[in-house]
Design a protein around this ligand. Structure first.
Ligand code: ADP
Ligand code: ASP
Ligand code: MG
Length: 410
């Protein structure tokens, strides 16, 4: 008997009808002779609604209370799915993070899973139950409810698969798999049969929200193969797995974008030792993630220092930076939320020069100004004005020949 983990995202459980459809799929998997654990997200739009409510109450909600609240979306969907399965005459049991238990650290709103207790799960499976587990949530040492960060239900599923040594971990979503770029903005995006962990990790962390970044980290660490596929079709999707020699050796395998970026410029910073440390130490102490940093050429002993933070952290970062501006003798702090990070990703770049230059040329030929650049062995990222998001993604996707092949008539 195989153990199969199936995770269904928000759009897959967005309505009562869709939940019934998911129930039928899950039951069919059990009827085929498997143990099944289903992980579900909140119904589509529900987590956003809860977050907005919290912010309506108070500008900066207490993070513990925020987690108590935003985790409730999953409590509703697990109960509904269990009811749907039971209404078909099968045994189902919903389980919340603390009931399992899924132990995390206390980093509210972005907690990390540290341990999963498999005892209760094993016991309930033996009774013939289909287990319906709430994604996205856990519990810390003091028994506080925690959440794993937006999109975190993927991580719940992959972590369960790793700990329980599941035979299959399927992530069901509203597209047919992982594509060369977001298929909702690039109609000729191509579905990948397989993708290596490192590439997927890079794509996810650069904005391809089809998988939560930590779920891929977890999969890589525990060697879990993830099958990303559609809730609404029977087609097989994309296998996210260990790199192997039969994988396509392409230069660039995908294009991503991330609109959740904002840039902060500290203007006229005295160009002397210790200044960068005075700016970035309090930022890191506030647990804010800085991504790109550039420092302009100094003029008359002064320079501008620009860096990016997630837009969701902008307000907090501005408060922290404003606190040190006077101390370091800088003139002003400015910010820009209207930006996007567009990236090309591919392990093939490791051994090829000229990829970055090609990216810059392609953007220039469309009149898209590049504000910031960062590179690693397997990616190049550019910050550009957000109004160019779709255009930049499509021209890069075409320039690196990532699209579906179009049949040419003889
Ligand atoms: P779920 O609610 O099922 O977790 P998400 O909205 O989190 O679904 O993720 C699926 C979405 O990811 C797709 O609808 C698509 O718009 C987006 N996406 C972005 N980049 C990619 C990509 N490279 N491949 C597939 N989907 C992508
Ligand atoms: N419901 C959570 C979110 O919207 C977790 C998830 O969907 O994976 O971010
Ligand atoms: Mg998701």
């Amino acid at each position: 008997m195989a153990l199969i983990i199936q995770k269904f995202g928000g759009t897959s459980v967005g309505t009562i009808d869709k939940i019934r459809h998911v129930a039928a799929r899950v039951v069919a998997t059990q009827k085929a002779g498997n143990d099944v654990i289903v992980v579900v997200s909140a119904m589509a739009g529900e987590t956003d609604r809860l977050i907005n409510l919290a912010h309506e109450m108070i500008d900066k909600p207490d993070e513990r209370e925020y987690d108590v609240m935003v985790s409730t979306g999953e409590q509703v969907s697990v109960a509904l799915l269990s009811m749907a399965i039971q209404s078909m005459g099968y045994k189902a049991l919903s389980l919340l993070g603390f009931q399992i238990k899924i132990s995390t650290n206390s980093d509210f709103t972005k907690a990390r899973i540290e341990d999963i207790d498999s005892q209760r799960i094993t016991k309930e499976l033996l009774k013939g139950n289909i287990l319906v587990v709430a994604g996205f949530q856990g519990v810390d040492e003091q028994e506080n409810i925690t959440t794993l960060g937006r999109g975190g239900s993927d991580t719940t599923a992959v972590a369960l698969a790793g700990v329980l040594k599941a035979d299959v971990c399927e992530i069901y979503t509203d597209v047919e798999g992982v594509y060369t770029t977001d298929p909702t903005i690039c109609p000729n995006a191509r579905k990948l049969e397989r993708i290596a962990y490192d590439e997927m990790l890079e794509m996810a962390s650069l904005g391809a929200k089809v998988l939560h970044t930590r779920s891929v980290e977890f999969a890589k660490k525990h060697n879990v193969t993830i099958h990303v596929r559609s809730t609404f079709s029977r087609n097989s999707g994309t296998m996210v797995m260990k790199e192997d020699i039969t994988m396509e050796k392409v230069l660039v395998s995908g294009v991503t974008y991330n609109r959740n970026e904002s840039k902060i410029t500290v203007v006229r910073v005295p160009d002397k030792p210790g200044v960068a440390s005075k700016i970035f130490t309090p930022i890191s102490e506030a647990n804010l993630n800085v991504d790109m940093i550039i420092q302009n050429v100094s003029e008359d002993g002064f320079t501008d220092l620009t860096f990016t933070v997630p837009e969701t952290d902008l307000k907090h970062a501005l408060e922290v930076v404003s606190g040190v501006v006077k101390e370091i003798g800088a003139a002003d702090v400015q910010f820009d939320k209207d930006i996007v990070k567009v990236s090309i990703v591919g392990v093939g770049m490791r051994s090829h020069a000229g990829v970055a230059a090609k990216m810059f040329n392609v953007l220039a030929s469309e009149g898209i100004n590049i504000m910031m650049i960062s590179t690693s062995e397997i990616k190049v990222s550019c910050i550009v004005n957000a109004k160019y998001t779709e255009l930049a993604v499509r021209v890069l996707h075409d320039a690196f020949e990532l699209g579906e092949e179009v049949a040419v008539e003889e």
